[in-house]
Design a protein around this ligand. Structure first.
Ligand code: HEM
Length: 468
C-alpha cells in the first residue's frame, strides 16, 4: 500500500532553503509492485501520485530498484530542458531500451559527443533527405492503406506499425532497399511483440547473470525468444551494412551518413556494431512512437464522429490541413506516445522548484501530466482539437517530443507520416468501431498504446456521385 514519506515539495517556498530531493514524497511499495501497477495502468499510476503527493514525487519502477524523481509542471520541465549539458545527462536515461539499441548510439551520448554525433546525423533527417522522405511517405501510405483488410474486426496498430517500418527503411537505406529487407522487416516486427511483455522495460545489462538466466527461463516473459530473434536480426542488419558499403551508392540516407562518420579522436570509421546500434535505435524509436500516436488518433476519431466528419470534409476539400494538424496536436497532447520522457541523470547539483537534486539522482518528466495540466488546458481530459486551431502548442506545456538538446530528431518525419496515413485512411475508408467503449492506455516498453490496439472495421468508402 502506498504511504507518503513527506509533504509535497512546494514551489511557493522558493525563497526558503531548497529541500533535499530525498525528502520528496513517494510510495514505499517494493519496486516490483510499483512496476506492476505502472505497467497495468500507467496513467492512473502517475495521476494518483500527482493528486496525492503534489507536483514532485518519487517512484520506483526500475528493476533493479532505484528511485526516480518525477517532475510534472511546465516550470520544472523548462528548468530541466534548459539545464547545461554537463549538469544533466540523458545517456544513461536510455537504459531501458539497451536491449534494442546497445550502448553506443546517439541516445547514449552526452555533452560534446552527443552534440557532434547529432550534428553529423542531422542531414539524414532534414533538408534534402526530409524532402525525399516527404515525397515517399504519401505514396507509401496510399499503397499500404489500400492493402489493409476490409470488412474485418481487427486491431489497426499492427498494420500501422508495419507502415512505419517501411518509412524507416526509406530513412535508413534511402532508395536502395536491401536484398533481404522483407526478412528483416518480419524479424523486427516479431521482436517488437516482446515490447508487450512486462519484461520489456527491465534492464538486462544491469542484471547479475543468474537473474538474467532465471528470467530467460520463464517462457511467458518472452525474453528468450526475443534474444534469439535479436541475434537473427543483427546478422541481417550486418549483412545490409556490408551490402551498402560494397555498393558505390552514397546518398543522404542514414546508413550512407553513418558509413561516412569517423571518430573525432583517431579518425577511424564507426564499427559495424556502432552502425548497428544507431540503426536499431531508429528501428525502435522511429516506429513504436509513431505507430502508437496514429493508433491513438483513430481510437479518438472513431469515438468523436463530429471531429471525424469535420476532418474528412477538410481532407476532401483539399485546401487546408489546419484541422488535421489540430487533431494531431490534440492526440499527441492527450496521449503522448512516450508518457514519461527520457530520464535525466544529475551530474552536478541542481535546484529545481525549490528542491535540491544531487549527482547520481534520476529525473523523469511526465509528458502525460504536463500535457494535462489544468492551469494550461481547459477541460484537459477532453478531446478538443479546436483548442489548437488558433494557438500553437507551447514549448514547455506540450512536450510529446521532449525538449532541449535531445528533443526528438524525427519529429518532422513523424508528423508527415501521421498526416499521410490519416488522410489516406479517411479518403479510402469508412471506419466502424465494434466496441464504443474507450480503450485504456497499455504499456508497451516505453510507449503507451490503446489496450486493444484500436479495434476497427475498415470498409471501402462509397462516394456520393452528383446526379446533376
Ligand atoms: C509521434 C512520434 C514520435 C514521438 C512522440 C517521439 C518522441 C520522442 C521523445 C519524447 C524523445 C526524447 C526527448 C526527450 O526526452 O527530451 C525522442 C527522441 C528521439 N527520437 Fe522520437 N518520437 C517520435 C518519432 C520519431 C521518429 C519518426 C524518429 C526517427 C525517424 C525518432 C527518432 C528519435 C531519436 C533518434 C531520438 C533521440 C534524440 C537524441 O538523443 O538526440 N522519433 N522522441
Amino acid at each position: 500500500m502506498d504511504s507518503p514519506t513527506a509533504s509535497p515539495g512546494d514551489t511557493k517556498g522558493r525563497e526558503a532553503a531548497a529541500i533535499p530531493a530525498t525528502s520528496l514524497p513517494g510510495s514505499k511499495a517494493p519496486a516490483v509492485v510499483q512496476l506492476l501497477s505502472y505497467w497495468t495502468n500507467p496513467q492512473a499510476f502517475v495521476e494518483k501520485r500527482r493528486e496525492r503527493y503534489g507536483p514532485r514525487f518519487q517512484v520506483s519502477i526500475r528493476i533493479p530498484a532505484r528511485p526516480v524523481y518525477m517532475l510534472t509542471s511546465p516550470e520544472d520541465v523548462k528548468a530541466m530542458f534548459l539545464a547545461p549539458a554537463d549538469v544533466l545527462h540523458t545517456g544513461t536515461g536510455s537504459a531501458t531500451i539497451e536491449k534494442w539499441t546497445g550502448t553506443s548510439g546517439l541516445a547514449w551520448l552526452d555533452e560534446d559527443a552527443h552534440k557532434v554525433r547529432r550534428k553529423l546525423l542531422m542531414p539524414s533527417y532534414h533538408g534534402a533527405a526530409l524532402m525525399r522522405i516527404g515525397e515517399a511517405i504519401p505514396r507509401m501510405a496510399k499503397e499500404d492503406v489500400a492493402s489493409w483488410p476490409r470488412g474485418k474486426d481487427m486491431p489497426l496498430h499492427p498494420h500501422i506499425h508495419r507502415f512505419t517500418l517501411h518509412v524507416i527503411r526509406e530513412v535508413v537505406y534511402g532508395s536502395r532497399t536491401p536484398r533481404r529487407w522483407e526478412e528483416l522487416l518480419d524479424l523486427l516486427l516479431q521482436m517488437m511483440e516482446f515490447n508487450n511483455s512486462i519484461a520489456s522495460p527491465m534492464m538486462l545489462h544491469k542484471m547479475p547473470p543468474r537473474v538474467l538466466k532465471l528470467f530467460r527461463s520463464i517462457k511467458s516473459l518472452g525474453l528468450e525468444n526475443f534474444l534469439q530473434l535479436r541475434d537473427k536480426a543483427d546478422a541481417l542488419i550486418y549483412e545490409t551494412i556490408e551490402e551498402h558499403r560494397e555498393s558505390d551508392y552514397r546518398g543522404d540516407d542514414l546508413l550512407s551518413v553513418l558509413l561516412g562518420i569517423t571518430h573525432e579522436d583517431d579518425g577511424t570509421p564507426l564499427s559495424p556494431r556502432e552502425i548497428r546500434d544507431e540503426m536499431m535505435t531508429i528501428f525502435l524509436a522511429g516506429t513504436e512512437t509513431t505507430a502508437a500516436a496514429m493508433a491513438w488518433t483513430f481510437e479518438y476519431l472513431t469515438r468523436h464522429p463530429e471531429a471525424l466528419k469535420r476532418l474528412r470534409d477538410e481532407i476532401d476539400a483539399g485546401e487546408s490541413d489546419a484541422y488535421l494538424m489540430a487533431v494531431i496536436n490534440e492526440v499527441l497532447r492527450l496521449r503522448p506516445s512516450i508518457p514519461n520522457i527520457i530520464v535525466r541523470e544529475v551530474k552536478k547539483p541542481i535546484e529545481i522548484g525549490g528542491v535540491q537534486f544531487e549527482p547520481g539522482m534520476h529525473l523523469w518528466a511526465s509528458a502525460y501530466l504536463v500535457n494535462h495540466d489544468k492551469s494550461t488546458y481547459e477541460n484537459p481530459d477532453e478531446f478538443r482539437p479546436e483548442r489548437f486551431l488558433d494557438s500553437k502548442p507551447g514549448t514547455f506545456t506540450w512536450i510529446p517530443f521532449g525538449g532541449g538538446r535531445i528533443r526528438c530528431i524525427g519529429d518532422k518525419i513523424a508528423l508527415l507520416e501521421m498526416k499521410a496515413v490519416i488522410k489516406e485512411v479517411l479518403t479510402q475508408c469508412e471506419l466502424e468501431r465494434p466496441d464504443p467503449r474507450p480503450e485504456e492506455a497499455k504499456s508497451r516498453i516505453v510507449v503507451n498504446v490503446p489496450s486493444k490496439f484500436t479495434r476497427v472495421v475498415l470498409r471501402d468508402r462509397v462516394r456520393e456521385t452528383s446526379m446533376a
